[in-house]
Design a protein around this ligand. Sequence first.
Ligand SMILES: *[C@@H]1O[C@H](CO)[C@@H](O)[C@H](O)[C@H]1NC(C)=O
Ligand SMILES: *[C@@H]1O[C@H](CO)[C@@H](O)[C@H](O)[C@H]1NC(C)=O
Ligand SMILES: *[C@@H]1O[C@H](CO)[C@@H](O)[C@H](O)[C@H]1NC(C)=O
Ligand SMILES: *[C@@H]1O[C@H](CO)[C@@H](O)[C@H](O)[C@H]1NC(C)=O
Ligand SMILES: *[C@@H]1O[C@H](CO)[C@@H](O)[C@H](O)[C@H]1NC(C)=O
Ligand SMILES: *[C@@H]1O[C@H](CO)[C@@H](O)[C@H](O)[C@H]1NC(C)=O
Ligand SMILES: *[C@@H]1O[C@H](CO)[C@@H](O)[C@H](O)[C@H]1NC(C)=O
Ligand SMILES: *[C@@H]1O[C@H](CO)[C@@H](O)[C@H](O)[C@H]1NC(C)=O
Ligand SMILES: *[C@@H]1O[C@H](CO)[C@@H](O)[C@H](O)[C@H]1NC(C)=O
Ligand SMILES: *[C@@H]1O[C@H](CO)[C@@H](O)[C@H](O)[C@H]1NC(C)=O
Ligand SMILES: *[C@@H]1O[C@H](CO)[C@@H](O)[C@H](O)[C@H]1NC(C)=O
Ligand SMILES: *[C@@H]1O[C@H](CO)[C@@H](O)[C@H](O)[C@H]1NC(C)=O
Length: 541
Amino acid sequence: MRSWSFVAACGLVANVSAAPGYGSGRAVAVSATQPSTAKQPLEHFLSYSIEFSSFAQFAGNLSAPNTYSDNLLNNIAHYAGSKPLIRVGGNTQDLSLFNASQQQATIQYFSAANPDYPANQTFGPAFFESYQTWPGVRFSHGFNLAENSTEARAALLDSVPYACEALRGKLNGWELGNEPDLYPTVVNPIPPRGPDYSPAEYVAEWLNWTRAIHIQMQQACPDLATNASFKFFAPSLAGAAGLSAFTAEPVFEAGLNTDHDIGFISAHKYIAARGDLGLTLQGTLMNHTNNLRAVNDLLNISALIQAIPDKNLVPTAPFILGEGNSLARQGIGGVSNSFGAALWGLDYALSLVSHGIGRWHMHQGVNYRYQAWQPVETRNTTKGTKAPFYGNIAVSAFLGDLANAESRPFVVDLGLPNFDESAFASYVNGKLKKLIVINMDEYNATTSNVGYVDDYPRPVETYSFQLPRGYKSAQLQRLMANGSDAIAGVTFDGYSYASELDNGKPVRLSNVTIGERLRVGRNGKVVVKLPRSSAAILNFE
Ligand SMILES: *[C@@H]1O[C@H](CO)[C@@H](O)[C@H](O)[C@H]1NC(C)=O
Ligand SMILES: *[C@@H]1O[C@H](CO)[C@@H](O)[C@H](O)[C@H]1NC(C)=O
Ligand SMILES: *[C@@H]1O[C@H](CO)[C@@H](O)[C@H](O)[C@H]1NC(C)=O
Ligand SMILES: *[C@@H]1O[C@H](CO)[C@@H](O)[C@H](O)[C@H]1NC(C)=O
Ligand SMILES: *[C@@H]1O[C@H](CO)[C@@H](O)[C@H](O)[C@H]1NC(C)=O
Ligand SMILES: *[C@@H]1O[C@H](CO)[C@@H](O)[C@H](O)[C@H]1NC(C)=O
Ligand SMILES: *[C@@H]1O[C@H](CO)[C@@H](O)[C@H](O)[C@H]1NC(C)=O
Ligand SMILES: *[C@@H]1O[C@H](CO)[C@@H](O)[C@H](O)[C@H]1NC(C)=O
Ligand SMILES: *[C@@H]1O[C@H](CO)[C@@H](O)[C@H](O)[C@H]1NC(C)=O
Ligand SMILES: *[C@@H]1O[C@H](CO)[C@@H](O)[C@H](O)[C@H]1NC(C)=O
Ligand SMILES: *[C@@H]1O[C@H](CO)[C@@H](O)[C@H](O)[C@H]1NC(C)=O
Ligand SMILES: *[C@@H]1O[C@H](CO)[C@@H](O)[C@H](O)[C@H]1NC(C)=O
């Protein structure tokens, strides 16, 4: 058992019932007032990125809207105050060619080498119906930069009037090109650029073709061609820093910001990739230290951009995680779709927020093994709400209404000492509002736990917090499943969002305890017990 106590900033050390090996007397301070290091998320912190080739299935079209997906987005809005932003893009945005005469929304060609997404596709005007099916959602649309034949460039410009008409009134931005730092190396079926493709060459192309898009938009949608509206996600690098000189800093130094039309400095990041050696649920994902490493990589990218001396080269735009998820290459079944991955996503989200990255577009694709939900039935994957979605709900519940600037919290990482647990505090109007504790110590529900001949009962960990004066009680909301390896039966605060129950609308399950209330002791201590591999939010009253 691990027991941690927390002290107020005034320095009163709480008594700590520490397990052997855990520093007795070591305590993490929770300040009564908002610490200066606390960070505030942007509105729509929890947002999604949807693979370009999967968008029609996620959203449906006007005659068959995907209401199940819409219900799930509404579940986020219930807590977050507004629906997630949707970026439509990814690898397949650079493999897709528009054909204005095509009847079908998409025609896709798969290669034997990659069953996860098409090797290429053409899309017609009907594709843009998918932008009309989710009321209240704002989008970014990804244009193809990688394909540079005369036909591909003509198709790019042809698509602009359809795209701007579709996104009018619901525009969050544009994007031209996905992960151009990989153009010299990514094989599909051959790299789209030569091995020496440089940041400067990319910038020249990007400026030329964003200007060409702008000219089309001035004709088709002049209202969207204004400086205020015409904004891009960029540079959307994969960010294999250290492996290549193609990083964000030289891209901005080469003048990406020349036209001052960058709305979001977007970076991509995955924790690891399918195929990496030594990858485990516990060590790779259920690991707060590893999440902090990923967050630090992003912060370093941002810092290097901001350090460019000529400030004219640096956009005054937020730095966001524009595409990311747990395990690149579409995840690993049994790992990235598990309840452990839901806990990972919750911890990662709050690690991002508390260290200053205000938005995460969590990447999704049909049949992807890290998806939050599968929007349609396929022969490979059952339609349904997957474990990671519950982590998205939990982070939205913890952050609360971000649409209302007055209730938008500041979040601080309380710095628990073990790699497999974390706790965060939120402050609203300078006052402690909520705590969350995440235990990521792996507990298997379906297979024997290693080192034991038989299954053992799920251990319960005890966490104690020393609260500032004036707190009397807390309402508890738990993120729960039978174990970290569970891929079904996940609940948040007793609710299921399963597609098979009410098409993704919240359904209260009678077999899960809810409405727990914790009393704060007269000594200001509150004690919360967490079954291993679970999380709980303490909402102070
Ligand atoms: C575009 O679609 C039309 C109608 O299906 C088809 O005849 C034409 O060949 C397509 N063009 C290209 C370049 O694929
Ligand atoms: C709309 O979606 C339905 C269901 O997937 C499909 O049958 C129909 O062809 C689509 N319509 C268009 C115009 O793509
Ligand atoms: C699309 O992919 C298919 C399957 O790999 C391939 O045969 C075809 O040549 C590709 N078409 C284009 C235009 O790249
Ligand atoms: C779906 O399953 C079929 C049959 O097992 C397989 O050939 C195909 O590659 C799978 N597709 C995906 C996207 O996993
Ligand atoms: C397209 O990219 C290739 C690979 O970098 C390059 O050789 C070619 O000149 C480019 N074509 C055009 C029209 O720019
Ligand atoms: C720049 O864009 C124009 C279209 O506006 C195109 O004609 C020209 O070829 C492009 N130049 C390069 C180097 O791609
Ligand atoms: C719009 O942006 C362009 C490019 O940065 C700039 O030259 C122009 O002055 C701006 N126009 C207005 C009205 O601000
Ligand atoms: C957790 O992540 C850190 C940082 O990447 C790593 O050093 C450590 O080995 C990981 N823990 C386990 C148990 O794999
Ligand atoms: C990030 O920055 C920190 C502090 O400047 C530095 O110690 C660390 O090595 C950097 N990490 C990477 C991956 O660049
Ligand atoms: C849980 O099961 C997985 C897969 O069998 C195993 O690798 C892991 O070590 C187990 N975890 C524990 C804590 O026993
Ligand atoms: C969770 O455990 C309970 C009690 O053992 C069991 O009845 C239930 O089926 C399990 N749920 C899942 C999804 O495995
Ligand atoms: C609770 O009930 C749901 C729906 O019947 C079931 O899927 C789930 O496994 C149950 N959970 C537990 C912990 O028994």
